[in-house]
Design a protein around this ligand. Structure first.
Ligand SMILES: Cc1cc2nc3c(=O)[nH]c(=O)nc-3n(C[C@H](O)[C@H](O)[C@H](O)COP(=O)(O)OP(=O)(O)OC[C@H]3O[C@@H](n4cnc5c(N)ncnc54)[C@H](O)[C@@H]3O)c2cc1C
Ligand code: FES
Length: 608
């Protein structure tokens, strides 16, 4: 076929991943406790060395590595209450311990995404929910049940002494093996399997699809064709840490993908798909055959619809290069920045740049930032937060024209209100359009906005063709009572990862319907403060707010008619993930449940 694929070198066989059930029956079980205790407890120094030469079943070591195992006494079994989470120190590690139905389970105490302490989340029906960005882990296996974490948490064997009731865990102590993550083993390609999965796009969805295929044993070829220049990276950081270079944002290392024989074709766009011939046409003229095609091309920033966009120093933000260029230009006390758009990208970029540039002015079409996502009260408060830090806002207006100097550099932004702003750089955050133009001549159906409709297993109308991530229009549970088949598109990092995984599992015949396995969750951060949003409520008609918006400590319930469809929180953990747990249990929250008290409903999470 003549395509320039990165071939993987042969590598040594890897160990099996740590996927053992570590639960052990406890002699006593305590009374029901609502949620975690935050107290860290020290294990006694009574440690028993259990050194042994081992081909580790705990995963990750080298073949001839001497694995040092140590047993630590954590507590008495009766110290653990049913459904409670407690953290103990065991050597240099922190161990999270839970008890469910009388069994005790031990695991790593930190989330494998950004390291949140999991005991500040919730433990509910065999799942540990991370409070920061909604990741969810199985307490018996450590497996990921919800992204954005990419790795399971390690689980540790538990032993309860039948005579003393002491709870003990066994840990490895080799320092280089002491990672909090338990990365799953990838299988390799086999010459016996002639199937080829072609994935178009190396964003969250494409990465997740490729990784899942190999984690779950697919042994054909996996080829990612991407316009990107480098390894899949964490796009969510681009508006929060704009000076980070692409290689600092990578989701996985080159070696990791090589180990799983995941092939990349970089800097090449797919220009067309022939579903009859089962092939894609690449921008370098090559034709690539597929057995299964996964389209994961994401969004492209919506351009500014006015004259003057040819001028220099006008930026859209989608790639590390964009972010780095904006940072390099605007990190200058003589530079005036205009940001167009008041949703997440615009507001996060304003927060990032305000202490770096001479001025930052945000221009918005609505009366209040985030008004369509959070409602006016929260939107107004977040605007104030920005204003307190020096960001200026000009709302209820649009950009009419961009003017420049004789060198072709931007100098002024003319608003439709008649106002003219001095500007050295403009950053537009006007939302995204699906990158699906290359599908227009294919048999693959697009909707009127260019999204690709899929079913609950990410299948398009064409056999063996899947669409995932920002481009997919998929069925979501949140509205099941009124319209189970309503298709939505949700541009969240976590959702894109989940889509990719679901498509991979569908290819392998293992998937469950997406509307039964995931709950939308996203976050944003500005000035070190995080907003968490769980659910999906594009048409909310009421917002019930509890807490103190002025002090940025609140929980807001977005309702449509009598049902709560989404929860927004700031400084109000773990309410957002409690709502996630509720939706995962397919339960419904009514407006009347939260009108007087934001939290009393959470007791139903432990009910059968
Ligand atoms: C600056 C920024 C900040 C964000 N912050 C957050 C956040 O805090 N929380 C959150 O939940 N979400 C956030 N998001 C949204 C999140 O990043 C997206 O939902 C997610 O990246 C979508 O993943 P995807 O795989 O569908 O598409 P993308 O990540 O956009 O990846 C698309 C891939 O397709 C490739 N491609 C496109 N067209 C072609 C073609 N024709 N041929 C070959 N390759 C092609 C691209 O090069 C890219 O590799 C943010 C987005 C941006 C831009
Ligand atoms: S730190 Fe746990 S989900 Fe991000």
């Amino acid at each position: 076929m003549g395509i320039n694929c990165t071939k993987s070198p042969k590598v040594k066989p890897q160990h099996q991943n740590q996927q053992v059930e570590s639960g052990t029956s406890a002699p006593h079980s305590g009374s029901l406790s609502r949620r975690a205790s935050d107290s860290d407890r020290m294990a006694t120094d009574k440690e028993k060395d259990v050194k042994e030469n081992s081909k580790s079943t705990l995963g990750g070591g080298e073949d001839d590595e001497e694995i040092s195992l140590k047993e630590y006494r954590l507590c008495q079994s009766e110290d653990l209450q049913e459904n409670e989470m407690k953290v103990f120190e065991a050597g240099e590690k922190q161990v999270l311990v839970v008890k469910e139905n009388g069994k005790v389970y031990a695991m790593g105490a930190k989330c494998t995404h950004f390291g949140a302490p999991l005991n500040s989340g919730i433990f509910c029906k065999g799942k540990i929910y991370c409070p920061w960005h909604g990741a969810c882990f199985n307490s018996k296996t450590g497996d990921i049940e919800e992204f954005p974490a990419l790795d399971p948490i390690p689980v540790y064997p538990v032993n309860i002494d039948p005579t003393t009731n002491e709870v003990k865990v066994t840990l490895r102590n080799n320092s280089h093996l002491s990672s909090q993550n338990a990365t799953k083993t990838l299988c390799k390609a086999s010459e016996d399997n002639s199937e080829i999965v072609v994935i178009i796009g190396s964003g969250a969805a494409g990465h997740s699809c490729a990784e899942t295929l190999r984690q779950e044993g697919f042994s054909g070829r996996v080829i990612i064709v991407t316009k990107d220049e480098s390894l899949p990276y964490d796009r969510t950081k681009l508006s929060k840490a704009m000076n980070l270079e692409a290689n600092k944002l990578s989701l996985r290392s080159n070696e990791y993908y090589s180990k799983g024989d995941i092939e990349f074709v970089y800097k090449v766009g797919v220009q067309g798909v022939d579903v009859e011939a089962k092939s894609v046409l690449l921008s370098n003229g090559d034709i690539l055959k597929y057995s299964y095609l996964v389209i994961a091309t994401g969004g492209r920033p919506r351009p500014i619809p006015c004259p003057g966009t040819h001028l220099a120093n006008i930026f859209l933000l989608r790639t590390p290069k964009d972010a780095n260029q904006i940072h390099a230009f605007a990190n200058n006390k003589e530079v005036h920045v205009v940001i167009v758009g008041t949703s997440f990208i615009g507001m996060e970029v304003a927060a990032y740049l305000v202490d770096k540039a001479a001025s930052v002015t945000v221009v918005g079409r609505s009366s209040t930032p985030f008004v369509h996502v959070f409602g006016p009260l929260i939107g107004k408060r977040l605007q104030q937060l920005h204003e307190e830090k020096g960001v200026k806002f000009i709302m209820d207006t649009e950009v009419g024209e961009l003017l420049g100097n004789e060198d072709g550099n931007l100098t002024e932004v003319c608003l439709t209100s008649g106002r003219v702003l001095k500007a050295d750089i403009l950053v537009a955050g006007l939302g995204v359009l699906p990158s699906t133009d290359f599908l227009r001549d294919s048999e693959i159906i697009l909707d009127s906005r260019g999204f690709v409709p899929v079913d609950e297993r990410m299948r398009t109308n064409c056999s063996d063709v899947y669409a995932v991530g920002d481009i997919a229009s998929f069925p979501l549970r949140a509205k099941e009572e009124c319209d189970a088949r309503k298709l939505v598109n949700i541009g969240h990092w976590q959702m894109a990862l989940h889509h990719g995984r679901t498509a991979a599992l569908t290819i392998l015949g293992l998937s469950q319907p997406i509307n039964e396995t995931t709950v939308p969750f996203f976050w944003s951060s500005m000035f070190g403060k995080s907003v968490r949003y769980c659910g999906y409520a594009p048409d909310f008609d009421d917002v019930i707010v509890h807490g103190d918006i002025d002090n940025l400590k609140f929980a807001a319930f977005l309702c449509e008619k009598e049902t709560v469809l989404a929860v927004v929180t700031m400084n109000y953990d773990p309410l957002a993930i409690q709502f996630a747990a509720l939706l995962r249990q397919q339960k419904i929250l009514l407006k009347s449940d939260v009108i007087n008290d934001p939290q009393s409903w959470t007791t139903i999470l432990q009910e059968t």
